[in-house]
Design a protein around this ligand. Structure first.
Ligand SMILES: *[C@@H]1O[C@H](CO)[C@@H](O)[C@H](O)[C@H]1NC(C)=O
Ligand SMILES: *[C@@H]1O[C@H](CO)[C@@H](O)[C@H](O)[C@H]1NC(C)=O
Length: 347
């Protein structure tokens, strides 16, 4: 077997190359347990290289895998790269730049909010090597003490509304009576704000009980938290609301009576009928006069018909003259004053 200078050179090259690759090799380490972050706090997501070589000339990417696009943070070519940063992280993330030389690539996240929950990837890339680590972050936010408002009588009971805000993860709301028995309530209304916090509210209709005490409980079992508010409905209040309801009913009935007594709509229709009848009779009268100027008798028949139709009292029958003005003016216009009953007129 020959071992010439050529093969020695190749061996040297291989050795050099592999030692170079070896120096680039690293592992990315961090916590294996889930990190529980309290909303509003500043937290550190630990991540570092082993061996503890410098990361100053590497690319450090922090991603939240629950977001399709964008990054939480990027450090590359010794600069912070702000392009493609997920908007909700703007102004809240940083690396410890003074720690990079010893392989510490932990991320600081300020003022934790609901949308920060997710699976984070710490990805470190050197020229010919890269490695990453995934950390799960849960965000915990205990919401406000529930606010209960009395909405008044509803379907034979008393309507109550309970509302609590600022929760993460999504909480559950339950209504209980004084014995701790769950009450059947309406569907929960859940709203998530732009920071990822939940507001929950729910209506319930309660029946009066001996104690008249009811509890609204908002709970989140994953974070083992609950908040509750007890409301005591004074008997007085139920009575007052009953009185108000009775008063309202009386007013409603009075209003109906009034409408019946003064049925304006009916009056208007009757009036319209009379006007129509009059117009028709006057037209007949006119036709009659045009057709037979000398047949005064025919015209009189129509006029008498007209008067009868209007049921006004005849002369000599007593009572006051209630014949409508439109008729009188017609009769004056035609000079047939003998029907008018006002003898002093222009006859
Ligand atoms: C790097 O790690 C070694 C042990 O693995 C330790 O002795 C040394 O202090 C560390 N260097 C820095 C800068 O943290
Ligand atoms: C990285 O730096 C941060 C901030 O100084 C520190 O809290 C953390 O313990 C460091 N991590 C490691 C692995 O040195």
């Amino acid at each position: 077997m020959e071992s010439g200078p050529d093969s020695l050179f190749v061996t040297l090259l291989l050795l050099l190359h592999s030692s170079h690759s070896e120096s680039e090799r690293f592992e990315v380490l961090g916590p294996t347990d889930t990190i529980l972050a309290v909303a509003g706090d500043d937290i550190i997501l630990p991540c570092y290289l082993k061996p503890n070589i410098s990361a100053e000339d590497m690319t450090v990417d922090w991603l939240n895998l629950d977001f399709k696009d964008g990054r939480v943070y990027r450090y590359q070519n010794r600069k912070i790269i702000r392009e493609d940063q997920i908007p909700s992280y703007i102004g809240r993330t940083s690396l410890f730049e003074e720690e990079l030389w010893r392989g510490n690539t932990s991320l600081k996240l300020s003022r934790v909010q609901g949308t920060d929950e997710g699976h984070y990837k710490c990805f470190i890339k050197a020229k010919s090597w890269d490695h990453d680590l995934i950390i799960q972050v849960l965000v915990k936010a205990v919401g406000s003490k529930p606010v209960v408002s009395i909405e008044g009588h509803r379907e034979g009971g008393m309507g109550l509304l309970c509302e609590s805000e600022g929760w993460h993860p999504e909480p559950e709301l339950v209504w209980l009576n004084s014995k701790g028995v769950h009450l059947f309530a309406g569907p929960p209304e859940i709203h998530r704000d732009f920071k990822g916090f939940y507001t929950v509210k729910q209506h319930v209709i309660v029946q009066e009980t001996d104690t008249n005490r009811f509890t609204c409980r908002v709970q989140q079992s994953q974070i083992n938290e609950k908040m509750e508010t007890e409301v005591h409905l004074p008997n007085d209040l139920t009575r007052k609301l009953d009185e108000l309801k009775a008063e309202k009913e009386v007013l409603r009935m009075e209003n109906e009576d009034f409408k019946k007594k003064f049925n304006f709509e009916n009056l208007w229709n009757q009036n319209n009928d009379i006007t129509k009848k009059l117009e028709e009779l006057i037209r007949k009268l006119d036709d009659n006069k045009k057709g037979s100027n000398d047949n005064k008798k025919g015209s009189n028949v129509v006029e008498e018909d007209l008067i009868r139709n209007l049921e006004g009292p005849r002369e000599g029958e007593g009572g006051c003259d209630s014949r409508p003005g439109i008729l009188k003016s017609y009769l004056r216009r035609t000079g047939d004053t003998h029907f008018l009953g006002d003898k002093g007129s222009d006859g």
